[in-house]
Design a protein around this ligand. Structure first.
Ligand code: UDP
Length: 407
């Protein structure tokens, strides 16, 4: 695991010194993170990297998982889809499953946090415990909240309002709420196995292991198999491109404990891919960071054709690798990509196919996008900035009502 000193060549020593200064203000405080999965998806990705670095800074950060059965995760996935705009209504029995699972977990968790930091909707109702144990409660929303289905939003709002503060990833997601709101975008860790530099030999050996031709132009989307990542739209766009340019498509991803739809979507993607030998649908096991790193680095263009997206860590990962990215203009993606400057933003399958062809035919332009994207991620979306924002938020919780906190 890299140490903070290892980041100096990338971040500079001042950035790290500043983190230590801020962390000092949280001595003696415990930050208790709670979410619903330790692997798969962006939240787990971030916590796995952030907790050890917070420890090194002297911050007592902990991470607990809530447990739930199949029925619970079916409900939370439907809730997730509704919050992303699908017209899904929760039945009284689904609400009962949701609440009782939260209550059971509330009884099992060792409530050690001075700040309880709850991630996403699955454990949101744990805040009911606040009446008994007090403390500071923060809700961290990682999802695209731009147009939630109103009844499900109203249901969640009843819980959100019990928190001291809510954190959203992008300005478009902020809501009218009576509590404090912070906008903090996610980040990537440049030294993680998923993002560290790789040698050409390491990249080639992954392509060889996965039986993918490293010479052919390669379009890649890395995502959980989820309708909202639009893998079908990706295949349609690839097919349009393929009529003009010989290329291959990689759709790679695994599942997450809290995503029960993954297997079904995977099967449907396999079916849609049919027997095209140039479509590689890869089901990746949880510990595939090296493989993902190599697939991203070995690709010609990276795609993220999401229909909704909280932030889209895969975009930051690809841009960090100086790759040209074609992505949908949804959720947190426009924070990372300025159209035709640090990547390409699209709205449709046709638009995606058009730009894929342009980039495959104009490697210099494609490289320029990747280079600009790298600079943007370097300046805005590395883990140091993210940790700093969190530390400031935690410190501010101990200064309620103060507009300026003097450190
Ligand atoms: N990821 C992974 N394995 C997979 C699919 C995705 O490790 O099979 C990672 C991906 O590299 C990224 C994160 O999970 O770091 C996905 O985050 P993103 O914000 O793109 O989407 P989310 O899954 O949170 O909706």
């Amino acid at each position: 695991m890299p140490k903070l000193a290892d980041y100096e060549p990338i971040l500079g020593s001042q950035v790290i010194e500043e983190l230590f200064l801020l962390a000092e203000r949280l001595q003696g405080k415990t930050i208790q993170n709670i979410n619903s999965t330790s692997v798969g998806g962006g939240v787990a990705e971030i916590l796995n990297r952030m907790i050890p670095l917070l420890h090194e800074l002297g911050v007592d950060a902990r991470w607990d998982l809530i447990k739930g059965g199949e029925a619970f995760f079916n409900v939370t996935k439907r809730m997730h889809n509704a919050l992303h705009g699908a017209e899904v209504d929760l039945s009284p029995s689904e609400i009962e499953i949701f609440l009782s699972t939260n209550q059971e977990n509330a009884g099992m968790i060792n409530w050690s946090g001075d700040i309880v930091f709850i991630h996403d909707p699955q454990p949101i109702a744990l805040v009911e415990k606040r009446k008994e144990i007090g403390r500071n409660w923060v809700w961290r929303c990682h999802i695209d909240f731009s147009s939630p289905h109103p009844p499900v939003w109203e249901f969640l709002r009843g819980f959100i309002e019990q928190y001291d503060a809510a954190v959203f990833s992008a300005p478009a997601f902020a809501r009218q709420l009576p509590i404090r709101q912070a906008l903090i975008s996610p980040s990537i860790d440049p030294l993680s196995e998923k993002n560290r530099e790789l040698s050409q030999k390491e990249i080639l050996s992954v392509f060889e292991k996965l039986k993918i031709d490293p010479e052919m132009p390669t379009l890649t989307q890395i995502s959980r198999f989820d309708y909202l990542k639009d893998p079908f739209g990706v295949i349609n766009a690839y097919k349009q491109v393929k009529r003009y340019i010989d290329c291959q498509l990689i759709l790679a991803g695994g599942g997450a404990v809290d995503d029960p739809e993954g297997n079904l979507v995977y099967q449907q993607v396999l079916e849609k891919a049919g027997n095209d030998p140039n479509i590689h649908v890869l089901l990746l096991p949880p510990s595939s960071d090296l493989e993902i790193n190599a697939l991203q680095r070995g690709s010609t263009v990276i795609l993220q054709k999401s229909l909704r997206e909280g932030f889209g860590l895969t975009i930051a990962e690809a841009l960090w690798k100086k790759k040209p990215v074609v992505a949908s203009a949804v959720g947190g993606i426009p924070l990372q990509i300025t159209h035709k400057y640090s990547g390409i933003l699209t709205y449709t399958v046709d638009g995606t196919a058009f730009w894929l062809r342009q980039l495959l035919q104009s490697p210099e332009f494609a490289q320029k996008l990747g280079d600009n994207g790298y600079q943007h991620i370097h300046q805005n979306f590395l883990i140091s900035r993210h940790i700093k924002d969190y530390l400031l938020l935690f410190i501010s919780l101990y200064h309620p009502g103060e507009e300026v906190v003097y450190l």
